[in-house]
Design a protein around this ligand. Structure first.
Ligand SMILES: Nc1ncnc2c1ncn2[C@@H]1O[C@H](COP(=O)(O)OP(=O)(O)OP(=O)(O)O)[C@@H](O)[C@H]1O
Ligand SMILES: [Mg+2]
Length: 346
């Protein structure tokens, strides 16, 4: 059973009694320890899809219209508020492009991380009660004296996490407020906070876009390393093909609320099959320094509520035929592990 199983997810935004579909039948699995990259132009529904995993899109204006989101085998769309609180942080954590979205400006960074630890790591610093009765009085006394208190264990864990994300001299940093840190350091604190709960799935929505190239590389190294050491799965949203190449096991390409191509990363990069993926990759400016942003396909992404009939990419597609505008093509497995929503991909 995959760690995350999104099946036929449909989400509308409702304004003035009119519903506009932003996520339209998205299905996506992520296995434990796997990294899946979600790519596509601005407004395609990447963030909304990612936020849905912990039901974080506010309702209203959103409405979950259909589908299932199974996280650890349980349907997030059917959970109570209480159950949602438990999985948020507990099973899935988020890192956003803007640290401001996660960090509380009036709390010192050490205290913020500690809050997350208190909530999600009940066992930290707790005496191991299981074997206490079988120990001699002497041994028991030793355990009590030698073991750190909960408070000490929490403090030590805060420092360990800050070191883990590469924050120098964390002992002095824990007293800082977020505004006293640089953008790169804030981003690291946000990652430390996301990791504090030891999530099974980390959702990172353009986590390095706002950072300079060196810091960006360091943070991606860190994520790769953590994934390996903690066996954490990652859903990574990015506009950067270099990042896809470095990080992804598989890639899902979204267009106008739908997945149009899904494939192992190496194969997709070597031989994109959907005309949209090809256009995205052809439009990559060949810059040095790894700034390979996906941009500039002629025309625009259609706005939600205003999708063209049939294939939504047809109006911009170089190989479109008249029948493309009649019915939405199915997402079909055209080769082993390679899914494409275009009958004319060949
Ligand atoms: N709170 C909201 N209310 C109404 N519409 C919204 C809301 N949030 C997102 N949308 C719309 O849903 C669509 C998908 O948005 P989403 O943020 O998922 O795009 P994205 O693929 O993440 O784009 P970007 O690359 O710019 O981050 C867009 O048309 C957006 O305008
Ligand atoms: Mg987004």
């Amino acid at each position: 059973m995959p760690l995350l199983e999104i099946k036929d997810l449909k989400l509308d935004f409702i304004a003035n009694d009119t519903a506009a579909r932003a996520v339209d039948g998205v299905s996506l699995d992520i296995a434990a320890g796997e990294t899946v990259c979600l790519v596509g132009e601005s407004g395609c529904g990447k963030s909304v899809t990612a936020l849905s995993i912990a039901r974080l899109v506010p309702t209203p204006p959103a409405k979950y219209v259909g589908g299932e989101i199974r996280l650890n085998g349980r349907d997030v769309l059917k959970m109570s508020q209480r159950e949602l609180q438990d999985i948020r942080g507990g099973v899935v954590s988020y890192v956003f492009q803007e640290p401001g979205a996660s960090l509380n400006p009036v709390l010192r960074v050490g205290a913020q991380i500690k809050e997350s630890l208190k909530l999600h790591r009940q066992n930290l610093g707790a005496p191991s009660t299981a074997s206490a009765s079988s120990q001699s009085t002497h041994q028991r006394a030793e355990t009590v004296l030698g073991a750190p208190t909960r408070r000490q264990a929490l403090d030590a864990e805060v420092l360990r996490l800050l070191k883990l994300v590469g924050i120098p001299a964390p002992e002095s940093r824990i007293k800082n407020y977020p505004f006293e840190l640089s953008g790169g350091m804030q981003q690291r604190v946000m990652i430390a906070m996301a990791l504090a709960s030891e999530p099974k799935l980390l959702v990172a929505d353009e986590p390095t876009t706002a950072l300079d190239v060196t810091i960006q590389a360091q943070i991606l190294d860190l994520l790769r390393d953590l994934k390996q050491r903690l066996g954490m799965a990652i859903l990574l949203i990015t506009h950067n093909l270099g990042i896809v190449r470095d990080m992804a096991d598989r890639v899902a390409v979204m267009y106008a609320g739908q997945i149009v191509e899904l494939a192992p990363a190496r194969e997709l990069l070597r031989r994109p099959l959907h005309p949209y993926t090809r256009a995205l990759m052809a439009s990559v400016p060949k810059l040095s320094g790894g700034a390979e942003r996906l941009t500039a396909i002629p025309g625009n992404v259609p706005r939600i509520g205003n999708f063209p009939p049939g294939c939504r990419f047809a109006p911009r597609c170089p190989i479109a035929k008249p029948e493309c505008s009649k019915a939405i093509p199915e997402l079909v497995e055209v080769e082993s592990q390679r899914w494409v929503r275009c009958p004319f991909w060949k």
